[in-house]
Design a protein around this ligand. Structure first.
Ligand code: PMP
Length: 353
């Protein structure tokens, strides 16, 4: 072989995205990847079971028409403004492939969702990571860098759980001469969202997922809301059959069970309050979260706490961002799960003082 590698040089240079740990040991208390601790709506199970027929022999509807119509009804937009994806990560990939090429500039805040960098690297693009202000705001003038081809904002943000208001996001969109993706993976737990900006700001794309609020991370379904002209372009980039029949049917049923969403959401918001106060009482700094996780910094060395919890079969997410203190991102579980976490964490923190 005359070459060291068959890969294109930028692929060789990439570290690749490392997803959160997914242990198969069911005894582990898993508070590391922001899954919902409650089961999905029973209607999702019924809808999936009802799809187990001859439809599996055939390809799915490439546009997921029935799902698209339901999502459009839910948000009060035209079905032409909805595009479904194999999880919202699929949609983020489609968007990046559509708008960003080699050497182009992709902008996002820091610290935020680590996948954004990987998506840029895949396109051999350049990135600018714009730091959040100390109050987790973003200065539009610093964010909207000249020549930017695509910008991402996770809202609520991960790992901080903080949000920009729709007005603040609108200011960013107005400054940018490119699409602004508002990644609303956690919006089901927040008090506001940016869907209405799609009507007023033609460059805004909002992405949503069934993985968090709807307890369907294993199903892999997300969707985006954008102007029809943007959707028409993105359709050319996506795989023909990026969403399978079972996922589309299950997600549609879950979307329509709004009472169920409200119930599980209410429980998670109450537990989030309790978790936030308890970890603050342990001495952690915790921004007010609008998501289903809390971001804890300022305690004992995060890597040590992470290991000590892991030794007790409790998995949280250790997050390391260059230029920032290490932190622990803890998913909001059930009350009983959070009790178990707090009973383990309290003595670990106390022992380190
Ligand atoms: N955006 C953010 C900010 C996330 O944390 C995640 C979950 N890892 C996603 C998008 C993707 O979620 P999914 O692909 O499961 O829809």
């Amino acid at each position: 072989m005359s070459r060291d590698s068959f890969f294109r040089p930028h692929v060789d240079r990439m570290a690749g995205y490392v997803p959160g740990e997914q242990p198969r040991d069911t005894g582990v208390l898993k508070l590391n990847t922001n899954e919902n601790p409650y089961p999905p709506s029973p209607r999702a199970f019924e809808a999936i079971a009802a799809t187990l027929d001859d439809r599996l022999r055939r390809y799915p509807d490439p546009m997921g028409t029935a799902f698209r119509q339901a999502a459009a009804r839910r948000h009060g937009v035209d079905p032409e403004m909805i595009l479904a994806g194999n999880g919202s990560d699929d949609l983020l990939t489609i968007i990046t492939r559509a708008f960003v090429g080699p050497g182009d500039l992709l902008v996002y805040p820091s610290p935020s969702y680590i996948l954004y960098r990987t998506l840029a690297e895949l396109q051999d693009a350049r990135v600018a990571e714009v730091p959040f202000g100390s109050d987790w705001s973003l200065d539009p003038a610093s964010f909207a860098l000249p020549g930017t081809k695509l910008a991402f904002v996770a809202n609520p943000n991960s790992p901080s759980g903080t949000t920009l208001t729709p007005e603040q996001v609108a200011r960013l969109a107005e400054r940018l001469d490119c699409p602004l993706v508002v990644d609303e993976a956690y919006a089901d737990f927040a008090s506001s969202d940016c869907v209405s900006l799609v009507a007023s700001h033609p460059n805004v794309i909002v992405t949503r997922t069934f993985s968090k609020g709807y307890s369907l991370a294993g199903l892999r379904l997300g969707y985006l809301i954008a102007r029809p002209e943007l959707i028409a372009g993105l359709v050319k980039v996506k795989d023909s059959y990026n969403c399978d029949s079972l996922s589309l049917a299950g997600a549609l049923a879950a979307l329509e069970d709004r009472d169920y969403l409200a119930q599980t959401r209410g429980k998670i918001l109450a537990t989030r309050r309790r978790l936030t106060e308890a970890v603050r009482a342990f001495g952690y700094q915790v921004p007010e979260s609008q998501a289903n996780f809390v971001w804890c910094t300022g305690g004992p060395p995060a890597a040590e706490v992470y290991e000590a919890l892991k030794a007790q079969k409790i998995l949280v997410r250790l997050m390391r961002y260059p230029g920032h203190a290490d932190g622990l991102r803890i998913t909001v579980g059930t009350d009983a799960e959070i009790d178990r976490l707090l009973e383990a964490l309290g003595p670990i923190v106390a022992a380190s003082k």
